[in-house]
Design a protein around this ligand. Structure first.
Ligand SMILES: Cc1ncc(COP(=O)(O)O)c(C=O)c1O
Length: 433
């Protein structure tokens, strides 16, 4: 029996309709930007394995750090204990994060980083004498993960499904999206800000925080917005006493051409969520960074004012070692410069794709390049499916978000490989109407 057949007998895959999905790709090895299938086929991982693989697969220095740490200290509980990797990683994150974020709370993945931020926001206000601040504001088309809190603040349109009745009511702010380069493109923000102003006038006293994916909303369709919009949202929410949560689970660690999208946007959040690229994409690990003001509100003589949240594998030492190695490799190998070079490539290449059949828009930022086709919702994108299969047949792995095709390759990719991948994508768009 093939691996795919054995898989189909016992495995349940995420975001996959088993009745109609193609057999899963049997991946047996990976190196750099390339995945190897059981039959020896090489696939270019144009989406960094769900945006996790920051530099390249199985980077020797990260692999070595993982092996050495596994032999030294595999795991220890993180309540009442600490270890060198967790401390050093927190020091490095604090040193590199937007100013004012001085505390690191570890968890496991993007969803838990968001859950932690949401809980911190609510409890912070409660302990500041404002227990009525339990509501969140979020951006339309946002995605923050699949646990219940993260689903609540995410846009319910595509992902909430049968869980919708269980989600908290969250007020959503329209987003003035732009195509092209969001750092150079203006948008009319006034209608969106007018909605926000009305929401704040009605509910401002009950708002715990606003949560944003800065500059690029990922799973909602790689939608981009100008930095001025983020700053305006943050200023208005703060003026009404709410906190600002930046979800950089996707954008963190250089994807937008700066270490954090917040820095590009001139936004200093109260809480910052990190995961995916934190370990270079090798192991699950997440962090929620908080300001001193937030952290201080949890200190006191009463055990119940602590943040009563934690996971078995909080700050796993092997994952921390991977994160430290990944951050060092990213610096040594000039990953930010690579993201900027990708940005230049997209800027030159993507506008030419506007002439392909039924292309609605192109946009790009740092290592992320996007081609949006006309029509089709998230669950209804037959054309995208055919394009994906055509790309696979030519050695390029993409995973369209409905009508949105994009690449977000490992930032250690050769520019020539990314260019070749886009030739394949453009040819598939031309061939499949
Ligand atoms: C912006 C953002 N936040 C949170 C998440 C959830 O992360 P995870 O899948 O690691 O739980 C994702 C995942 O794609 C994301 O893009």
């Amino acid at each position: 029996m093939s691996l795919a057949d054995r898989d189909r007998a016992v495995v349940w895959h995420p975001f996959t309709q088993a009745a109609t999905a193609l057999p899963p790709l049997p991946v047996v090895a990976a190196r750099g930007s390339w995945l190897q299938l059981a039959d020896g086929t090489q696939l270019f991982d144009a989406i960094s394995s769900w945006w996790t693989c920051l530099i390249g697969h199985s980077h020797p220095r990260i692999v070595e750090a993982i092996a050495a740490q596994a032999a030294r200290l595999d795991h220890v509980l993180f309540a009442g204990c600490t270890h060198p990797g967790a401390v050093e990683l927190a020091e490095k994150l604090v040193a590199r994060a937007p100013a004012g974020l001085t505390r690191v709370f570890y968890s496991d993945d993007g969803s838990t980083a968001v859950e932690v931020a949401l809980k911190m926001a609510v409890q912070y206000h409660a302990q500041q004498g404002q227990p009525q601040r339990t509501r969140f504001l979020a951006l339309e088309a946002g995605y923050h993960g699949d646990t219940f809190g993260a689903m609540s603040v995410g846009d319910p349109t595509d992902y909430a499904g049968p869980f919708a009745p269980l989600l908290w009511p969250v007020a959503r702010i329209p987003v003035p999206t732009v195509d092209g380069d969001p750092l150079l493109t203006d948008a009319d923000m006034l209608p969106a800000l007018a909605v926000l102003d009305r929401l704040l006038a009605a509910q401002g006293e009950t708002i715990a925080a606003v949560i944003v994916e800065p500059l690029i909303q990922g799973a909602g369709g790689m939608r981009m917005h100008p930095p001025a919009f983020l700053r305006a949202v943050a200023a208005r929410v703060r003026a009404h006493g709410g906190l600002v949560i930046a979800d950089e689970v996707m954008t963190g660690f250089g994807r937008t051409g700066a270490l954090f999208a917040c820095a590009r946007a001139g936004l200093t959040p109260d809480l910052l969520c990190l995961a995916k690229g934190l370990t270079g994409g090798t192991l699950p690990l997440a962090a929620t960074l908080a300001t001193d003001a937030v952290y201080t509100a949890f200190r006191g003589p009463d055990a119940r004012t602590a943040l009563l949240h934690g996971h078995s594998f909080t700050a796993n030492p092997i994952a921390c070692a991977a994160a430290l190695a990944s951050m060092q490799v990213a610096e040594d190998e000039h990953i930010l410069a690579n993201a900027q070079a990708l940005h230049q490539f997209y800027r030159d290449f993507l506008p030419r794709c506007r002439d392909l059949p039924d292309v609605r828009a192109v946009r790009w930022l740092g290592g992320i390049g996007v081609l949006e086709l006309q029509g089709g919702g998230y669950h209804d994108a037959d054309r995208s499916r055919r394009i994906r299969e055509a790309c696979l047949a030519r050695g390029v792995l993409i995973r369209p978000l409905g009508p949105v095709l994009y690449t977000m390759p490992p930032l250690g990719s050769a520019l020539s490989d990314v260019a070749a991948a886009w030739d394949v994508i453009a040819a598939a768009v031309a061939a499949h109407r």
